[in-house]
Design a protein around this ligand. Structure first.
Ligand code: DGL
Length: 259
Protein backbone atom coordinates (compact mmCIF):
# COMPACT_ATOMS: atom_id res chain seq x y z
CA UNK A 1 0.00 0.00 0.00
CA UNK A 2 1.01 3.59 -0.55
CA UNK A 3 0.62 5.73 2.56
CA UNK A 4 -0.35 9.31 1.85
CA UNK A 5 -0.72 11.87 4.58
CA UNK A 6 -1.80 15.46 4.88
CA UNK A 7 -3.09 17.82 7.53
CA UNK A 8 -6.62 17.33 6.20
CA UNK A 9 -8.60 16.93 3.02
CA UNK A 10 -6.34 18.93 0.67
CA UNK A 11 -4.02 15.97 0.13
CA UNK A 12 -6.73 14.42 -2.02
CA UNK A 13 -5.31 16.58 -4.84
CA UNK A 14 -2.16 14.50 -4.43
CA UNK A 15 -4.08 11.21 -4.23
CA UNK A 16 -5.69 12.22 -7.52
CA UNK A 17 -2.30 12.40 -9.26
CA UNK A 18 -1.15 9.13 -7.67
CA UNK A 19 -4.29 7.43 -9.00
CA UNK A 20 -3.57 8.86 -12.47
CA UNK A 21 -0.05 7.41 -12.54
CA UNK A 22 -0.73 4.20 -10.59
CA UNK A 23 -4.40 3.52 -11.23
CA UNK A 24 -4.87 0.30 -9.31
CA UNK A 25 -2.41 0.71 -6.48
CA UNK A 26 -4.05 0.71 -3.09
CA UNK A 27 -3.59 3.69 -0.83
CA UNK A 28 -4.11 4.47 2.82
CA UNK A 29 -4.79 8.15 3.29
CA UNK A 30 -4.46 9.91 6.61
CA UNK A 31 -5.72 13.47 7.08
CA UNK A 32 -4.86 14.96 10.45
CA UNK A 33 -8.06 16.98 10.73
CA UNK A 34 -7.88 16.95 14.54
CA UNK A 35 -4.78 19.15 14.42
CA UNK A 36 -5.32 21.08 11.18
CA UNK A 37 -4.20 23.57 9.93
CA UNK A 38 -0.50 22.79 9.77
CA UNK A 39 0.15 25.91 7.70
CA UNK A 40 0.19 28.24 10.69
CA UNK A 41 1.85 25.87 13.18
CA UNK A 42 5.48 25.80 14.22
CA UNK A 43 8.13 23.43 12.87
CA UNK A 44 8.31 21.24 16.01
CA UNK A 45 4.58 20.58 16.04
CA UNK A 46 4.54 19.64 12.36
CA UNK A 47 7.59 17.39 12.77
CA UNK A 48 6.12 15.65 15.83
CA UNK A 49 2.84 14.71 14.16
CA UNK A 50 4.41 13.94 10.78
CA UNK A 51 6.56 11.38 12.57
CA UNK A 52 3.63 9.88 14.45
CA UNK A 53 1.60 9.58 11.25
CA UNK A 54 4.50 8.01 9.35
CA UNK A 55 4.95 5.42 12.12
CA UNK A 56 1.24 4.70 12.07
CA UNK A 57 1.17 4.24 8.27
CA UNK A 58 4.18 1.93 8.46
CA UNK A 59 2.36 -0.18 11.06
CA UNK A 60 -0.41 -0.47 8.50
CA UNK A 61 2.15 -2.01 6.12
CA UNK A 62 2.59 0.91 3.75
CA UNK A 63 5.69 0.34 1.64
CA UNK A 64 6.04 3.92 0.51
CA UNK A 65 5.16 7.17 2.29
CA UNK A 66 3.99 10.26 0.45
CA UNK A 67 4.02 13.51 2.41
CA UNK A 68 1.20 15.17 0.54
CA UNK A 69 1.17 18.22 2.80
CA UNK A 70 3.49 20.96 1.59
CA UNK A 71 3.91 22.43 5.05
CA UNK A 72 4.90 19.05 6.40
CA UNK A 73 7.21 18.51 3.40
CA UNK A 74 8.78 21.88 4.17
CA UNK A 75 9.35 21.41 7.90
CA UNK A 76 9.56 17.66 8.35
CA UNK A 77 10.75 15.80 5.25
CA UNK A 78 14.50 15.88 6.05
CA UNK A 79 13.71 14.88 9.62
CA UNK A 80 11.48 11.98 8.53
CA UNK A 81 14.08 10.73 6.05
CA UNK A 82 16.62 10.63 8.91
CA UNK A 83 14.20 8.96 11.33
CA UNK A 84 13.14 6.31 8.79
CA UNK A 85 16.25 5.78 6.64
CA UNK A 86 15.01 2.50 5.16
CA UNK A 87 11.64 3.75 4.03
CA UNK A 88 11.07 5.46 0.67
CA UNK A 89 9.63 8.84 1.65
CA UNK A 90 8.44 11.24 -1.03
CA UNK A 91 7.82 14.93 -0.45
CA UNK A 92 6.35 17.67 -2.58
CA UNK A 93 9.27 20.04 -2.93
CA UNK A 94 12.08 18.28 -4.82
CA UNK A 95 9.92 17.00 -7.71
CA UNK A 96 8.39 20.47 -8.10
CA UNK A 97 11.83 22.08 -8.25
CA UNK A 98 12.91 19.72 -11.05
CA UNK A 99 9.79 20.52 -13.06
CA UNK A 100 10.33 24.24 -12.46
CA UNK A 101 13.94 24.12 -13.66
CA UNK A 102 12.73 22.58 -16.93
CA UNK A 103 9.88 25.05 -17.35
CA UNK A 104 11.42 28.44 -16.61
CA UNK A 105 13.07 30.43 -19.36
CA UNK A 106 13.80 33.65 -17.49
CA UNK A 107 14.71 32.08 -14.12
CA UNK A 108 12.16 34.23 -12.31
CA UNK A 109 10.11 31.90 -10.18
CA UNK A 110 7.12 32.50 -7.95
CA UNK A 111 6.20 30.27 -5.01
CA UNK A 112 2.93 30.38 -3.14
CA UNK A 113 2.11 28.37 -0.04
CA UNK A 114 0.94 28.48 3.55
CA UNK A 115 2.65 30.92 5.94
CA UNK A 116 4.64 27.96 7.34
CA UNK A 117 5.88 26.75 3.97
CA UNK A 118 6.91 30.24 2.95
CA UNK A 119 8.56 30.94 6.31
CA UNK A 120 10.57 27.71 6.09
CA UNK A 121 12.16 28.82 2.78
CA UNK A 122 12.25 25.11 1.91
CA UNK A 123 11.60 25.75 -1.79
CA UNK A 124 14.16 28.57 -2.05
CA UNK A 125 16.84 26.39 -0.43
CA UNK A 126 16.46 23.78 -3.16
CA UNK A 127 16.32 26.17 -6.13
CA UNK A 128 19.62 26.91 -7.81
CA UNK A 129 21.24 30.22 -6.92
CA UNK A 130 21.03 31.72 -10.37
CA UNK A 131 17.23 31.86 -10.19
CA UNK A 132 15.35 34.77 -8.69
CA UNK A 133 12.67 33.51 -6.33
CA UNK A 134 9.67 35.49 -5.18
CA UNK A 135 7.48 33.91 -2.53
CA UNK A 136 4.09 34.74 -1.17
CA UNK A 137 1.98 33.21 1.59
CA UNK A 138 -1.70 32.96 0.63
CA UNK A 139 -3.49 32.04 3.87
CA UNK A 140 -6.98 32.76 2.53
CA UNK A 141 -6.73 30.24 -0.30
CA UNK A 142 -7.23 27.15 1.90
CA UNK A 143 -10.56 28.29 3.42
CA UNK A 144 -11.78 29.55 0.03
CA UNK A 145 -11.18 26.11 -1.48
CA UNK A 146 -12.72 24.32 1.49
CA UNK A 147 -15.84 26.46 1.15
CA UNK A 148 -16.02 25.41 -2.50
CA UNK A 149 -15.64 29.02 -3.70
CA UNK A 150 -13.57 27.98 -6.69
CA UNK A 151 -15.19 30.34 -9.17
CA UNK A 152 -16.31 33.20 -7.01
CA UNK A 153 -15.71 36.95 -7.03
CA UNK A 154 -14.13 36.76 -3.61
CA UNK A 155 -11.60 34.21 -4.88
CA UNK A 156 -10.84 36.27 -7.99
CA UNK A 157 -10.12 39.20 -5.65
CA UNK A 158 -7.91 37.12 -3.33
CA UNK A 159 -5.95 35.73 -6.29
CA UNK A 160 -5.34 39.25 -7.55
CA UNK A 161 -4.34 40.50 -4.10
CA UNK A 162 -1.81 37.73 -3.48
CA UNK A 163 -0.44 37.30 -6.97
CA UNK A 164 -0.09 40.87 -8.16
CA UNK A 165 3.32 41.32 -6.46
CA UNK A 166 4.58 38.18 -8.23
CA UNK A 167 3.14 39.26 -11.57
CA UNK A 168 4.87 42.62 -11.22
CA UNK A 169 8.19 40.83 -10.70
CA UNK A 170 7.86 39.22 -14.13
CA UNK A 171 7.83 35.58 -13.04
CA UNK A 172 7.38 33.07 -15.88
CA UNK A 173 6.78 30.07 -13.59
CA UNK A 174 4.67 29.67 -10.48
CA UNK A 175 4.81 26.76 -8.04
CA UNK A 176 1.52 25.87 -6.36
CA UNK A 177 3.14 25.02 -3.01
CA UNK A 178 0.05 23.90 -1.09
CA UNK A 179 -2.28 20.93 -1.40
CA UNK A 180 -5.35 23.07 -2.04
CA UNK A 181 -4.00 25.38 -4.72
CA UNK A 182 -4.35 23.08 -7.76
CA UNK A 183 -8.11 23.55 -7.27
CA UNK A 184 -7.58 27.27 -7.91
CA UNK A 185 -5.51 26.72 -11.04
CA UNK A 186 -8.16 28.11 -13.39
CA UNK A 187 -8.53 31.33 -11.38
CA UNK A 188 -4.76 31.68 -11.12
CA UNK A 189 -4.31 31.14 -14.86
CA UNK A 190 -7.04 33.63 -15.57
CA UNK A 191 -5.18 36.25 -13.59
CA UNK A 192 -1.60 35.49 -14.64
CA UNK A 193 -2.31 34.60 -18.27
CA UNK A 194 -1.64 31.40 -20.16
CA UNK A 195 2.03 32.21 -20.78
CA UNK A 196 3.01 31.59 -17.16
CA UNK A 197 3.97 27.98 -16.39
CA UNK A 198 2.02 26.68 -13.46
CA UNK A 199 3.66 23.83 -11.59
CA UNK A 200 1.50 21.46 -9.62
CA UNK A 201 4.01 19.60 -7.39
CA UNK A 202 1.62 16.64 -7.07
CA UNK A 203 1.94 15.82 -10.78
CA UNK A 204 5.74 15.66 -10.64
CA UNK A 205 5.67 13.75 -7.35
CA UNK A 206 3.29 11.08 -8.68
CA UNK A 207 5.55 10.49 -11.68
CA UNK A 208 8.55 10.11 -9.35
CA UNK A 209 6.73 7.59 -7.18
CA UNK A 210 5.80 5.54 -10.23
CA UNK A 211 9.37 5.63 -11.57
CA UNK A 212 10.79 4.65 -8.19
CA UNK A 213 8.44 1.68 -7.80
CA UNK A 214 9.24 0.45 -11.30
CA UNK A 215 13.00 0.87 -10.96
CA UNK A 216 13.08 -0.89 -7.60
CA UNK A 217 10.55 -3.52 -8.63
CA UNK A 218 8.38 -2.73 -5.63
CA UNK A 219 4.95 -4.28 -5.92
CA UNK A 220 2.06 -2.41 -4.37
CA UNK A 221 -1.12 -4.25 -3.48
CA UNK A 222 -3.67 -3.80 -6.26
CA UNK A 223 -7.34 -3.06 -5.86
CA UNK A 224 -9.79 -0.33 -5.11
CA UNK A 225 -10.19 -0.90 -1.37
CA UNK A 226 -8.55 2.39 -0.48
CA UNK A 227 -8.88 3.61 3.07
CA UNK A 228 -9.31 7.25 4.00
CA UNK A 229 -8.64 7.96 7.68
CA UNK A 230 -9.19 11.32 9.34
CA UNK A 231 -8.32 12.12 12.94
CA UNK A 232 -11.53 14.16 13.29
CA UNK A 233 -14.63 14.88 11.19
CA UNK A 234 -13.34 16.20 7.86
CA UNK A 235 -14.92 19.51 6.88
CA UNK A 236 -16.60 19.56 3.46
CA UNK A 237 -15.04 16.24 2.49
CA UNK A 238 -17.81 15.54 0.03
CA UNK A 239 -17.14 18.74 -1.93
CA UNK A 240 -13.39 18.30 -1.97
CA UNK A 241 -13.44 14.60 -2.80
CA UNK A 242 -15.83 15.27 -5.69
CA UNK A 243 -13.59 18.05 -6.96
CA UNK A 244 -10.45 15.93 -6.67
CA UNK A 245 -11.47 12.35 -7.25
CA UNK A 246 -14.88 12.81 -8.79
CA UNK A 247 -16.36 10.47 -6.22
CA UNK A 248 -17.51 10.29 -2.65
CA UNK A 249 -14.98 9.16 -0.10
CA UNK A 250 -16.17 7.25 2.94
CA UNK A 251 -14.15 8.60 5.87
CA UNK A 252 -12.91 6.44 8.73
CA UNK A 253 -12.73 8.73 11.75
CA UNK A 254 -9.99 7.72 14.14
CA UNK A 255 -7.39 9.66 16.09
CA UNK A 256 -4.56 7.24 16.82
CA UNK A 257 -2.67 9.92 18.79
CA UNK A 258 -5.30 10.86 21.31
CA UNK A 259 -6.27 8.55 24.13
N1 DGL B 1 -2.05 20.78 3.57
C1 DGL B 1 -1.48 22.08 3.87
C2 DGL B 1 -0.31 22.34 2.93
O1 DGL B 1 -0.23 21.80 1.86
C3 DGL B 1 -2.52 23.18 3.78
C4 DGL B 1 -3.56 23.15 4.86
C5 DGL B 1 -3.01 23.41 6.24
O2 DGL B 1 -2.56 24.54 6.52
O3 DGL B 1 -2.99 22.51 7.04
O4 DGL B 1 0.56 23.11 3.26
Amino acid sequence: MIGIFDSGVGGLTVAKEIFKELPDSQIIYFGDTARLPYGTKGADFVKKYSKKITEWLLKKHCKVIVIACNTSSAWASDYLKKEFPNVPIFEMISPAIKATALATKNNRIGIIGTPGTIRSKAYEKKIQNSAKVFSQACPLFVPLVEEGLLNDKITTEAVKRYLSPLKEKGIDTLILGCTHYPLLKKEIEKYLGKKINIINPAESLAKEVKKYLEMNKIKIKKGSAHQFFFSDEPYNLEKISKACLNKKVIPIIKDPFNG
